[in-house]
Design a protein around this ligand. Structure first.
Ligand code: THU
Length: 132
Protein backbone atom coordinates (compact mmCIF):
# COMPACT_ATOMS: atom_id res chain seq x y z
CA UNK A 1 0.00 0.00 0.00
CA UNK A 2 1.38 3.42 -0.95
CA UNK A 3 1.09 6.66 1.01
CA UNK A 4 -1.78 7.71 -1.24
CA UNK A 5 -3.70 4.45 -0.74
CA UNK A 6 -3.55 4.59 3.05
CA UNK A 7 -6.45 5.98 5.05
CA UNK A 8 -4.41 8.43 7.14
CA UNK A 9 -7.53 10.02 8.61
CA UNK A 10 -8.67 6.64 9.96
CA UNK A 11 -5.20 5.96 11.34
CA UNK A 12 -5.17 9.38 13.02
CA UNK A 13 -8.55 8.60 14.58
CA UNK A 14 -7.04 5.48 16.19
CA UNK A 15 -4.07 7.52 17.45
CA UNK A 16 -6.41 10.16 18.92
CA UNK A 17 -8.40 7.49 20.75
CA UNK A 18 -5.18 5.97 22.11
CA UNK A 19 -4.08 9.44 23.24
CA UNK A 20 -7.13 9.68 25.53
CA UNK A 21 -5.69 6.78 27.57
CA UNK A 22 -2.32 8.48 28.21
CA UNK A 23 -1.08 8.48 31.82
CA UNK A 24 0.69 11.84 32.12
CA UNK A 25 0.47 13.15 35.71
CA UNK A 26 3.96 14.70 35.45
CA UNK A 27 4.17 16.36 32.05
CA UNK A 28 0.47 16.72 31.32
CA UNK A 29 1.50 16.11 27.69
CA UNK A 30 -0.62 13.42 26.07
CA UNK A 31 0.61 11.50 23.03
CA UNK A 32 -1.13 8.86 20.95
CA UNK A 33 0.29 6.83 18.08
CA UNK A 34 -1.03 4.32 15.57
CA UNK A 35 0.48 2.30 12.76
CA UNK A 36 -0.56 -0.11 10.05
CA UNK A 37 1.13 -3.51 9.98
CA UNK A 38 2.00 -5.34 6.75
CA UNK A 39 -0.71 -7.96 7.39
CA UNK A 40 -3.45 -5.33 7.70
CA UNK A 41 -3.53 -5.03 11.48
CA UNK A 42 -3.53 -1.66 13.22
CA UNK A 43 -1.56 -1.15 16.43
CA UNK A 44 -1.57 1.83 18.76
CA UNK A 45 -0.18 3.21 21.99
CA UNK A 46 -0.18 6.08 24.47
CA UNK A 47 2.52 7.50 26.75
CA UNK A 48 2.70 6.15 30.30
CA UNK A 49 4.79 8.19 32.75
CA UNK A 50 6.33 7.27 36.10
CA UNK A 51 7.07 9.00 39.42
CA UNK A 52 10.69 8.15 38.61
CA UNK A 53 10.52 10.59 35.68
CA UNK A 54 13.20 9.00 33.51
CA UNK A 55 11.26 5.74 33.39
CA UNK A 56 8.34 7.22 31.48
CA UNK A 57 7.33 5.26 28.41
CA UNK A 58 6.68 7.04 25.12
CA UNK A 59 3.54 6.10 23.25
CA UNK A 60 5.68 4.29 20.67
CA UNK A 61 6.92 1.88 23.36
CA UNK A 62 3.39 0.65 24.02
CA UNK A 63 2.73 0.42 20.30
CA UNK A 64 5.72 -1.80 19.48
CA UNK A 65 4.85 -3.96 22.48
CA UNK A 66 1.35 -4.42 21.07
CA UNK A 67 2.88 -5.18 17.67
CA UNK A 68 4.67 -8.18 19.12
CA UNK A 69 1.96 -9.22 21.53
CA UNK A 70 -0.50 -9.48 18.64
CA UNK A 71 1.69 -11.41 16.21
CA UNK A 72 4.69 -9.35 15.10
CA UNK A 73 5.09 -8.16 11.52
CA UNK A 74 6.43 -4.97 9.98
CA UNK A 75 5.12 -1.43 10.43
CA UNK A 76 4.25 0.26 7.13
CA UNK A 77 2.44 3.53 8.00
CA UNK A 78 2.70 5.56 11.22
CA UNK A 79 1.08 8.61 12.75
CA UNK A 80 1.52 10.43 16.07
CA UNK A 81 -0.73 13.04 17.68
CA UNK A 82 -0.48 15.40 20.66
CA UNK A 83 -3.14 16.13 23.27
CA UNK A 84 -5.04 18.36 20.84
CA UNK A 85 -5.10 15.59 18.27
CA UNK A 86 -2.66 17.48 16.06
CA UNK A 87 0.05 15.64 14.11
CA UNK A 88 3.31 15.41 16.04
CA UNK A 89 6.81 14.27 15.11
CA UNK A 90 8.12 11.26 17.05
CA UNK A 91 11.07 11.91 19.36
CA UNK A 92 14.56 10.77 18.38
CA UNK A 93 14.56 7.65 20.53
CA UNK A 94 11.25 6.59 19.09
CA UNK A 95 12.50 7.07 15.53
CA UNK A 96 15.01 4.37 16.40
CA UNK A 97 12.21 2.14 17.77
CA UNK A 98 10.27 2.66 14.55
CA UNK A 99 13.35 1.82 12.49
CA UNK A 100 13.69 -1.55 14.20
CA UNK A 101 10.15 -2.58 13.26
CA UNK A 102 9.50 -0.62 10.06
CA UNK A 103 12.87 0.06 8.50
CA UNK A 104 13.82 3.08 6.36
CA UNK A 105 10.74 2.82 4.12
CA UNK A 106 8.18 3.14 6.92
CA UNK A 107 5.93 6.08 6.00
CA UNK A 108 5.41 8.75 8.67
CA UNK A 109 2.70 11.35 8.77
CA UNK A 110 4.39 14.59 9.93
CA UNK A 111 3.40 18.26 10.07
CA UNK A 112 5.46 18.60 6.85
CA UNK A 113 3.61 15.79 5.07
CA UNK A 114 4.15 12.07 4.50
CA UNK A 115 7.83 11.17 4.57
CA UNK A 116 9.81 7.92 4.80
CA UNK A 117 11.60 7.23 8.05
CA UNK A 118 14.91 7.46 6.17
CA UNK A 119 14.30 11.24 6.00
CA UNK A 120 13.58 11.52 9.72
CA UNK A 121 16.43 9.23 10.79
CA UNK A 122 19.19 9.40 8.14
CA UNK A 123 22.03 6.86 8.24
CA UNK A 124 20.19 4.84 10.87
CA UNK A 125 21.87 2.22 13.00
CA UNK A 126 20.07 -1.09 12.55
CA UNK A 127 20.20 -4.86 13.03
CA UNK A 128 22.45 -5.25 9.95
CA UNK A 129 25.26 -3.38 11.72
CA UNK A 130 25.44 -6.10 14.36
CA UNK A 131 26.34 -8.71 11.76
CA UNK A 132 29.01 -6.70 9.91
N1 THU B 1 6.37 11.47 24.08
C1 THU B 1 5.90 10.35 23.43
O1 THU B 1 5.12 9.57 24.00
N2 THU B 1 6.33 10.12 22.16
C2 THU B 1 7.10 10.99 21.44
O2 THU B 1 7.50 10.64 20.33
C3 THU B 1 7.39 12.32 21.99
C4 THU B 1 7.30 12.40 23.47
C5 THU B 1 5.92 11.70 25.47
C6 THU B 1 6.97 11.41 26.51
C7 THU B 1 6.44 12.21 27.69
O3 THU B 1 5.50 11.41 28.40
C8 THU B 1 5.71 13.38 27.06
O4 THU B 1 5.56 13.05 25.69
C9 THU B 1 6.45 14.69 27.16
O5 THU B 1 7.76 14.59 26.70
Amino acid sequence: MTAADADWEALRTVAREAMTHAYVPYSGYRVGVAALVDDGRTVSGCNVENASYGLGLCAECGMVSELHRTGGGRLTHFTCVDGNGDILVPCGRCRQLLHEFGGPDLLLETPAGIVPLSEMLPQAFGPEHLTQ
